[in-house]
Design a protein around this ligand. Sequence first.
Ligand code: CMC
Length: 444
Amino acid sequence: MSSHNKSSSLSHQGQVAKLTLSKNGIEQSFEFPILSGTLGPDVLDIRELYTQTGYLTYDPGFTSTASCESAITFVDGEKGLLLHRGYTIQELATHCDFLEVAYLLLYGEIPNQSQKIDFEQNIITHTMLHEQLINFYQGFRRDAHPMAIMVGVVGALSSFYHDSLDLKDPEQRELASYRLIAKMPSIAAMAYKYSVGQPFVYPRNNLRYAENFLHMMFALPSYDYQINKTIAQAINKIFILHADHEQNASTSTVRLAGSSAANPFACIASGIASLWGPAHGGANEAVLNMLKEIGTKDQIPEYLKRAKDRNDSFRLMGFGHRVYKNFDPRAVVLKESCHQVLDALGVKKDPLFDLAMELEKIALQDEYFIEKKLFPNVDFYSGIILQAIGIPVSMFTVLFAVARTVGWVSQWREMIGDPVQKIGRPRQRYIGSMQRPFIALKER
Ligand code: CMC
């Protein structure tokens, strides 16, 4: 492209954008519609770009690309605003139970009393796993990472539920949604139980969603686990704060997988795989591992130096966000909750927590982090809370997956119902070799 004399200019003209391209001295103008959403920046509708101009766009990481229309979640990174169906995350995290937020994400409205009861009933009907599915766990090594088990077992759900795989049938889509939301805590807790060699604990449907998860994690046949209200509330809050976050990597993965009409269980398994990475959901686990590696407060300057060094791949885990460039509203809620949990559990003296608070303080005053707008994100605080509660580090990302399932399912359903939805098929800028003659093996 650079060998030709090409230039371009773009001007807004009401509801169309005029793009002028100059190729080999010949100027041509094209018009593209500008579409407005209810909130957020307008978008340039470039669906006809290639057919009209012969050009593709190049946008690695989709930093300027809206891949879909969505009415579920809105994020304003500059203002630190996160809305689910129009409600702020702060209000939802303060006043709601996780299943109310799940209903809101799925259906667009906060449930009234009877809707709430019906929905909870629909979910608890599906909390148990098929007994044969439980055999799957035996195939994993005891030291397998629980996220590896999650990917496998959730994917395997599609081999059990043939009655909820027809995407064209809304009732089957509904059934698959209930099953996924209901079974995730059971699958997750069993992954933990398997890793520590304890018997699986079946769900108790008289408990709230977060309480039931804690029960399945920590109860034993020889020990009746007592639910601590502060801990259950903190888990409920963590679930709400992680429930959805518009078109992040794992959600986009679910949508892309689903765009080919793959079944919902397989799609959610692909979301779990994407979430696992340390740049995404794996960050809460990475925060704890990093804190352990730093070890003592006097080591912080050395690690900050490394984080700032472009030639060192080390990053301060739990800091920074693709969209939030001011503060992460989820982190603000969790920071408060973090102090409450630690107070209630009396672990304020925990050296790891002291280290985390010192790291937070120093990084927030550091020129590099201020200039690059790198603030503690939700994973910084969730890692500390989960550690205090006694959730093993390897389970941190699993909890994120349990909570995010409702977001993935809501986004998947929205996509299936979208009349403009097509199979996702990005293009590329090819930089490989030109066509060349094949060389026979003996001549190479
Ligand atoms: N520590 C040190 N430097 C950083 C960090 C960090 N945590 N994050 C970004 N930077 C620097 C980066 O090196 C780059 O510097 P330069 O301009 O000199 O090249 C600049 O800040 C911009 O970073 P970027 O990688 O272009 O930003 P991004 O939007 O692609 O990445 C991110 C966002 C979250 C992947 C990144 O900030 C990161 O890796 N953070 C640590 C991992 C983490 O905490 N992830 C959880 C995100 S929140 C939960 C979720 O949504 O999954």
